[in-house]
Design a protein around this ligand. Sequence first.
Ligand code: ADP
Ligand code: MG
Length: 147
Amino acid sequence: SALPYLTQGKVVKGFGRGSKELGIPTANYPDEVVEHLPPELSTGVYCGWASVDHGDVHKMVLSLGWNPYYKNTKKSMETHVMHVFKDDFYGCNLSIVILAFIRPEKSFNSLDELISAIKADIAEADRVLELPENKVFQQDNFFNGES
Ligand code: ADP
Ligand code: MG
């Protein structure tokens, strides 16, 4: 499998879908980062670890989908870091390790259903990342910029 997959890049503006208003901000990468993803990473929700500007390493959930903005010809990748930040971090480096697949992409009938699904994803990520084989990556030298 393609996992674990490590990557990093500068956080850019997303499509302003109002994720932040839902209480679930999602940080976007520039196209180059997404274009380098291994093709065998299927769309869906993943979990792993994330660090902003080589700071503390937090749990994250990541959604990989088809980008309607580019007529679904390009993948889009959005990372929700499971931490409350004082400020936005546009322009900062975001380093991530993608470790486990949570579920395939799906569409929802209402905003409430979408929010419930994301909350379930976050709970699942919280659990899966505590498994020793996943927890070790929180200390990975990748996050210090040493590898
Ligand atoms: P956009 O459409 O620009 O992606 P969002 O509403 O999804 O807007 O908010 C994402 C932005 O919020 C990120 O780029 C980042 O600067 C900021 N942010 C603050 N806290 C978080 C967090 N916990 N996880 C992800 N992004 C966060
Ligand atoms: Mg976003």
